[in-house]
Write a protein that binds this ligand. Structure first.
Ligand code: NAP
Length: 270
């Protein structure tokens, strides 16, 4: 198992730790290793797989499709629509292209990748049509701030938003100021992307110190810090089996008050 689970507003529970896929499927020489890493992550219970039509211009969805072939029912599949495709008809067409690349008949959670020029009402109409057709099971958004969320969720159907996927990690604590409390008040989990700050967090002395105290790795400490927070799901990207296994180990690591204080000194909260 990947440790703790969190509930979507619908009540459906997801493992708190899942898999990112950005930059996977872009280099043929790495394909086998990336597929093996994703399959190991699924074996370990990290069954939420996050991808997007943008990644590798569709190549990443193709790789995800290959990795989950034969085990679709085990996976909670997340993909994202480009803002410029997120009109009522455009979202439906983009989703159908994603389904084809992913080799499946449904996406479990379909996100608006970021806010663009298309009015939210148009996008919501597309998501509603996809829900009625059973092509997506939930919908949500990404990269929306608290003001955007307030605007979205008062629209007809907007309150059904399942999540906001946001940049959130030890060195990007801004969302803790306003967005996280807003989401928590609505029982809406956030999905933390770039939880390792694309590996740039690794090597920071404070992380190393806490990691040594626990006989853990720096990546595990950064992930454990996220997982300890109410309503936060984390999606590290691991392109090797060793990284996937190591990240899975974060679920068993619990940080104490002294660890948290040391991390707060090195990465001050807003
Ligand atoms: P990340 O997960 O913070 O970092 C990935 C980097 O960390 C890769 O270089 C990876 O190396 C390395 N890594 C992973 N596990 C490691 C470990 N245990 N030890 C050492 N290094 C490790 O960055 P991310 O890919 O930007 O974010 C995660 C996912 O969030 C993405 O893949 C994507 O699905 C999603 N995302 C969404 C948005 C959005 O706008 N919604 C934006 C960015 C990302 P290897 O590749 O060699 O394993």
């Amino acid at each position: 198992m990947a440790g703790a689970t969190l509930a979507l507003p619908s009540g459906e529970r997801l493992p708190a730790l899942g898999c990112g896929t950005w930059r996977m499927g872009e280099m043929p020489a790495r394909r086998r290793q990336e597929i093996a890493a994703l399959r190991l992550a699924l074996d370990l219970g990290m069954t939420v797989v996050d991808t997007a039509e943008m990644y590798g211009d569709g190549a990443t969805e193709g790789l995800v499709g290959e990795a989950i072939a034969g085990r679709r029912d085990q996976v909670f599949l997340v993909s994202k629509v480009y803002p410029h495709n997120a009109t009522r008809r455009g979202a439906v067409a983009a989703c159908e292209r994603s389904l084809k690349r992913l080799g499946t008949d449904r996406i479990d959670l379909y996100l608006l990748h970021w806010r663009g020029a298309v009015p939210f009402g148009e996008t919501l109409a597309g998501f509603a049509e996809l829900m009625r057709a059973g092509k997506i099971r939930h919908w949500g958004v990404s990269n929306l701030d608290a003001g955007d969320m307030a605007e979205l969720t008062v629209l007809p159907g907007g309150a059904a938003c399942a999540t906001d996927q946001i940049l959130y990690n030890l060195s990007r604590r801004g969302p803790a100021f306003d967005l996280l409390p807003w989401c928590r008040a609505r029982h809406m989990p956030v999905m933390a992307y770039s939880p390792l700050e694309q590996a740039r967090l690794l090597g920071k002395p404070a992380l190393g110190e806490v990691a040594r105290r626990h006989g853990a790795s720096e990546a595990q400490v950064a992930l454990a810090w996220l997982l300890a927070q109410e309503g936060v799901l984390a999606r590290p990207k691991a392109a090797t089996a060793a990284h996937a296994r190591e990240n899975h180990g974060a679920a068993a690591l619990s940080l104490d008050a002294a660890d948290r204080a040391a991390l707060d000194r090195a990465f001050p909260p807003p």
